[in-house]
Design a protein around this ligand. Sequence first.
Ligand SMILES: NC(=O)c1ccc[n+]([C@@H]2O[C@H](COP(=O)([O-])OP(=O)(O)OC[C@H]3O[C@@H](n4cnc5c(N)ncnc54)[C@H](OP(=O)(O)O)[C@@H]3O)[C@@H](O)[C@H]2O)c1
Length: 414
Amino acid sequence: NVGLRSCVYPASLRRNACSSPSALRSCMSAWVIDQYGTDGVLKYTEEMPVPSVGSTSEVLIRVHAASLNPLDISMKGGYGAKLLNLRRDPMSVMAGASEFPLVLGRDVSGEVVDCGSDVTHVVPGDEVWAAVPPWKQGSLAEFVTLTEYEVSHKPKLLSHTEAASIPYVANTALSALVNAGGLCRDSASNKRVLITGASGGVGTFSIQLLKAWGAHVTVTCSQNAEGLVRGLGADEVVDYTAGDSLELLEMMEKFDVILDNVGGETEEWATGLLKPWSGAKYVTLVSPLLLQTDSMGLLDGMLQAGLSLHNKAMQNIISCGVFYRWGFYAPDGPALDEVSKLVDAGKILPVVEAQFPFTQVPQAFQKVENGHARGKTVVRVVEDDDKRAEGLGRTRRSEAADSEQEEREMATQN
Ligand SMILES: NC(=O)c1ccc[n+]([C@@H]2O[C@H](COP(=O)([O-])OP(=O)(O)OC[C@H]3O[C@@H](n4cnc5c(N)ncnc54)[C@H](OP(=O)(O)O)[C@@H]3O)[C@@H](O)[C@H]2O)c1
């Protein structure tokens, strides 16, 4: 609820279309797809129309950095097209209109350049971050528009490159853990949580969030990711590639919540690790909903998915009293405001495994497609940010060095 946000700017500061760089030009650079497919469909163009603030609650953002998620790889191949098109514009779907050219990229860190007249939380010039909903044009472009509700002020301590690694996984993890998993900052401290697939984007964020909330966190990952997840705070680490991983998990005290980033076979054994008859919850991020609407059509696919969710939920509640749920990304700027505070308090760190310049977006897609993520892959859309970030890093380091020097001098004088 944007109304709950504390910072409200006067109306005189809200609209700034004349000074906006986008107002000076009609076209922008972007990576687009004109058709679904695996190889060679990503195309660079300098002729994508610059989006405009189309409603009074919209914000136009100049993108400084974007990041990729597994969803971008799937959407490139057409995953979710039927349901997402319905969400994009139901009337165009009826009329058979095309969604192309489509811009992918779900995270943005950048600068506000224009705001609708009802926008109160941000003004042009503000540095913001956001997760771009998959039914909207993405962030692999110079500009993107979002509603005010979806946008949040970026953490001050992060460069745009670092900040772009967080919003989509943060909104997903918060939606899954809070809405589906029933956890929150005040209730998590005595909870035991298992995260499967913890070395990727959602997992590395979730470990840190849950530790900031005081939960006990057990994770599964490959052996070579153990150092990473322990460094982020994981209490217990189980190598899923070792033959005895399930036995190890079964020997542990049972869990209150499981966040499953893997799906498939994991689902078959994971619910047995939950505390029975205690309101424990299994939340999977890998649901068949979009696959089924793609293959069976909207109505049949949704019915089939709904039926399968209902059956699994009933089976689990009747047999052992645990809740079976699907988790989904949900846009939520106010939730990102809270994450921003945790980042600036040093409780959540960005985990950027790889970064690519805007000229190398196909290589960035290849990196994510190869799997085995250890955090996030980021695309730098504006190159100057890195130099600025290095500068900031140096400033922070030198400030720390200066204060150490002062302390040493005072100690010597005493
Ligand atoms: N429903 C939604 O709205 C939603 C939103 C976001 C994400 N998701 C889905 O949630 C999943 C996680 O997302 P993500 O962004 O974190 O993906 P990611 O960055 O690709 O991370 C997946 C991680 O899981 C590890 N892994 C693979 N198989 C595993 C196994 N059997 N046991 C334990 N770890 C395993 C991978 O490393 P190794 O292969 O090296 O072990 C990798 O580190 C993806 O399937 C994604 O599509 C869904």
